[in-house]
Ligand binder design. Structure first.
Ligand SMILES: Cc1cc2nc3c(=O)[nH]c(=O)nc-3n(C[C@H](O)[C@H](O)[C@H](O)COP(=O)(O)OP(=O)(O)OC[C@H]3O[C@@H](n4cnc5c(N)ncnc54)[C@H](O)[C@@H]3O)c2cc1C
Length: 419
């Protein structure tokens, strides 16, 4: 059976890999010159299997004034005439209940644990160099009430398989001595020892290189996907700017671009692009000890820091601003200032041009759950909407989708991820 995977971000690349391993002929298509160039390129690098609680939770109701009016809010909403933005926001607010947030967390944990297991098995079969490490993750809370709130979440998640610890500030400094120089006041943190990091873009590149050695695989870069053509109600062909692709089945994994493709076929995907930014900061020569080994999240600013080789990836912000690709200087300055405050002795910010400023669009659903499985149109499968967790969830999503395409028993209950 021939399958065409539309979109070569980490979600499409992993789906291709898993399908190829199961004996399918796979064509992977992307508009960019290589794989992993969209949201998967400069992301926060965290394989954050236990830190999956959705953005849509009851706290957003009290935080709206801060989000809308505070200049230091990590979330920006630029209201527009785009109906998709309003529809998404209304659905997001509807999903912001305690019950929904808990169920989403359980469903995301199940997929995240599958992902961890799938990636680990993959790395036993083949060695890829993508700076992968079990780094651990420490999420720092600014004050006692927020740390107490985190304790309740840790207790809830412990009942669903997570091993996390609430630490005092002193204990945090013992676990990660690089925080000793931080110019921040924190009450403490939540430590998860078995969280991982890895460079998502390097992983995508390595997987495509490995697949390219196979005669059942072809990658079509620089190929823009256009019109979808149905025959007898089934998706049969897709037009691209390099010609027509005709195959037995298609997988949609075009990230934030997926909604437009679905619209042509008469159904809607509840996706909105949530813009974020990153910089990749060199570690000062001779200062490796002052650089973090553990991934650090500064919760009040919602900024994550992960060590990738001899750099620190700093990523953050959530902006509902449509698909404006500009990278404003203030966003980069905010990330750089954060890195300077938290790792003053390690972050080399002497040359701002060397920081590889980057912006990407998280393909987000209102609940935070990705959509994996059949679409309303026969011949088309969905693997979209991984929001803030696409790198974390990609391998599990690929395994879940592949088993559905093969009509075998899926490794986890697939219902929560259906459209
Ligand atoms: C600032 C930031 C930090 C993040 N940090 C983390 C993190 O630490 N951990 C984590 O798990 N996740 C993180 N994420 C989320 C993660 O990066 C995304 O969920 C993930 O990359 C989505 O992958 P994707 O393959 O669905 O989309 P993408 O990577 O965007 O891939 C979609 C692909 O489709 C292609 N495409 C779209 N339209 C067309 C077309 N018409 N024709 C041809 N090709 C097309 C694009 O070129 C692109 O390559 C972060 C995201 C951001 C923005």
């Amino acid at each position: 059976m021939n399958i065409c995977v539309l979109g070569a971000g980490v979600v499409g690349v992993t789906a291709s890999y898993w399908l190829l391993e199961q004996g399918y002929e796979v064509t992977l298509v992307d508009a960019m010159e290589g794989p992993g160039r969209g949201a998967s390129h400069g992301n926060g690098a965290q394989l954050s299997y236990s830190y999956v609680a959705p953005l849509a939770d009851p706290s957003v109701w009290t935080k709206w004034p801060y989000y809308l009016f505070s200049s230091d809010s990590p979330l920006t909403i630029r209201p527009s005439a785009d109906i998709a933005q309003w529809k998404w926001l209304i659905s997001f607010l509807r999903a912001s209940t305690a019950g929904r947030a808990k169920q989403t967390t359980i469903d995301l944990l199940q997929l995240a644990f599958l992902s961890k297991q799938e990636l680990s098995q993959l790395l036993k079969r083949t060695a890829f160099d993508f700076h992968h490490r079990t780094a651990g993750k420490l999420v720092m809370y600014p004050d006692a009430p927020s740390l107490e709130g985190a304790r309740a979440q840790v207790e809830f998640q412990a009942r669903h398989g997570c091993h996390q610890h609430v630490l005092t500030l002193q204990q945090c400094l013992e676990v990660e001595p690089a925080l000793r120089g931080a110019r921040r006041s924190w009450a403490g943190g939540v430590y998860t020892e078995n969280e991982e990091v890895g460079d998502c873009a390097l992983f995508c590149k390595a997987l495509v290189e490995e697949m390219s050695q196979h005669n059942r695989f072809r990658f079509l870069p620089l190929t823009r996907i256009g019109r979808a053509i149905t025959e007898n109600g089934r998706l049969a062909k897709v037009d691209t700017d390099s010609g027509r692709i005709e195959t037995d089945a298609f997988v949609l994994s075009m990230g934030a671009g997926s909604a437009g493709f679905a619209r042509q076929l008469g159904f809607s995907l509840p996706l909105y692009p949530l813009k974020g930014y990153s910089i990749t900061v060199p570690i000062k020569k001779g200062s490796e000890q002052a650089a973090p080994r553990i991934s650090i999240t500064d919760l009040s600013r919602k900024i994550v820091h992960a060590r990738i080789g001899n750099h620190i990836r700093v990523a953050g912000r959530v902006e509902l601003v449509g698909t404006d690709e500009q990278i404003p200087e203030r966003a980069i300055r905010e990330l750089a200032t954060n890195a300077a405050d938290i790792f003053p002795d390690a972050a080399d910010l002497s040359d701002m041009r060397a920081l590889s400023p980057w912006a990407g669009f998280r393909p987000a659903t209102p609940t935070g759950l990705p959509i994996i499985g059949p679409s309303p149109v026969p011949g088309l499968y969905l693997n979209v909407g991984h929001g803030s967790l696409g790198w974390t969830l990609a391998c599990g999503s690929a395994a879940l989708l592949t088993e559905q395409i093969a009509a075998r028993k899926p490794p986890i209950e697939p219902g929560p991820y259906f459209l």
